[in-house]
Ligand binder design. Structure first.
Ligand code: UDX
Length: 437
């Protein structure tokens, strides 16, 4: 058993703390936000993640997990994970490192000889080296980087059964000690055969941003193909299936549609470009600018398609948007493509109603002027166009024949390519999708 502190109990930190406690470690989660600490102590995290409430409740009941605002609680721990956010800096492409800097500064006054700080946040390459210098005043403490690859909505399974563990450590004896400490933390995962890769710190930092950039590239690639399919009268869904059957390409992350959003992919590719510029290697990542613009074009295209279906104008038209979260099984609305489209249509005069099983409260904070209805059937009443923009299971499973009697005009726009066009057409709907005939 290792005694661990987790600094920053937002999405990443809360999940990480809960999972480490479930692996048998003694964990204290530290956050400066007292209301967050209170809700985590009640096992009611301020965000939705399947299974997290139970994980926190079980771990706290076992006595292995607690949450506090008091940084001095880190004193008893030997491994300290830094899990704070690195949002996009306002008005710039780069990441805001204020939270990381302040977390490490607060920790450093409570470190003991031999303690290990482990960065988990997504940071620009070079951050670990800079932080390592800043803890030089805490003699005998060292710093490693261990990026996190969890997906929202699958955070617990991704943490317990990750594809790989990456340890970025210093050279020499200090690095070997860091590897041994991390091996102890992840002993159960390693016993099950989880792959582990030991690198230098800069490489570990880059593994995360490179992986997210690759995923974003895959999505924008297929969405660029969707643009071409529309022009050529081809079908991007079949194209994705066919090229995805090539093992070298793979079908995952080739789902065409409205593109990516959320708190990670968009800001990570922008921060990566900004960092490349600082390092004098901006040319290497100029393609990511194109990845970003292909992605943003999806939203405009969706609005155009909706307008077309509404005979050229949204004025006097009722539009129902299915989904507000940036992806299903999440209540996260950060950079949500669905809300962006809803807001654009509303600005152009459409009478928009947004529905979502989990994200309405968060959506309302961000876009207070849109109308919301948590009941999907009420949201569909008398509508002129249904836009499926976040592919929650309950929207995939809607019965076209059943809901046809609710709507004013049976027109559906499948923004995520998850509906069966034939089924909807046979039920009398006008079916349209991005990249399909
Ligand atoms: C991502 C990475 O997957 C994860 O490894 C990293 O740790 C954090 O960033 P997340 O943001 O939770 O995770 O969501 P993800 O499942 O990757 O989806 C991101 C966005 O891409 C969503 O908006 C999703 O709808 C979109 N997407 C995904 C597509 O448009 N097409 C796809 O084929 C896959």
């Amino acid at each position: 058993m290792t005694s661990i502190s987790v600094v920053g109990c937002g999405y990443l930190g809360a999940v990480h703390a809960g999972v480490l406690a479930s692996l048998g470690h003694e964990v204290v989660g530290i956050d400066v936000d007292a209301s967050k600490v209170d809700s985590l102590t009640l096992s009611e995290p301020p965000f939705y993640e399947p299974g997290l409430n139970k994980l926190l409740a079980d771990s706290q009941a076992s006595g292995l997990l607690r949450f506090t605002t008091d940084f001095s609680s880190a004193k008893g721990a030997t491994v300290h994970f830094v899990c704070v956010g690195t949002p996009q800096r306002a008005g710039e492409l780069g990441a805001n490192l204020d939270y990381v800097n302040s977390a490490v500064a607060s920790l450093s006054t409570h470190l003991n000889h031999g303690d290990l700080i482990v960065g988990k946040s997504t940071v620009p390459v070079g951050t670990a080296e800079m932080l390592a210098k800043s803890i030089a005043s805490a003699p005998g403490a060292s710093l490693a980087w261990n990026p996190e690859f969890l997906r929202e909505g699958h955070a617990i399974e991704d943490s317990i059964s990750p594809d790989r563990l990456v340890y970025g450590v210093e050279e020499g004896e200090v690095g070997r000690r860091a590897v041994a400490s991390l091996d102890e933390v992840y002993a159960q995962l390693l016993k099950r055969g989880t792959k582990r890769l030991v690198t230098d710190r800069a490489t570990a930092e880059m593994v995360k941003t490179a992986a997210n950039s690759f995923l974003a590239t895959k999505i924008s690639f297929i969405n660029a193909m969707a643009e071409l399919c529309e022009a050529a009268g081809a079908d991007v869904a079949q194209l994705a299936d066919a090229i995805g059957m090539d093992d070298r390409i793979g079908r995952k992350f080739l789902n065409p549609g409205l593109g990516f959003g959320g708190g990670c992919l968009p800001k990570d590719i922008r921060a990566f470009m900004a960092r490349a510029g600082e390092l004098g290697a901006d040319q290497a990542l100029t393609f990511l600018r194109e990845i970003d613009s292909i992605n943003m074009r999806r939203r405009i295209r969706m609005v155009d398609l909706a307008r077309e279906v509404c005979d050229g104008s949204f004025i006097g038209r009722k539009i129902t948007v299915l989904g507000a979260a940036f992806k299903p099984n999440s209540d996260d609305v950060r950079d949500s493509p669905a809300l962006n489209v809803a807001a654009q249509i509303s600005l152009q005069g459409g009478d928009v109603t947004v529905t979502d099983p989990r994200a309405i409260d968060n959506a309302r904070k961000l876009f207070p002027n849109l109308s919301y209805n948590a009941n999907v059937y009420e949201a569909l009443e008398h509508t002129d166009a249904v836009l499926l923009l976040t592919e929650w299971d309950e929207y995939r499973e809607l019965d076209p024949a059943d809901i046809k009697r609710l709507v004013g005009r049976a027109a559906v726009l499948d923004g995520r390519n998850v509906l069966d066009p034939q089924k909807w057409r046979e039920a009398g709907w006008l079916y349209r999708a991005l990249g399909r005939r």
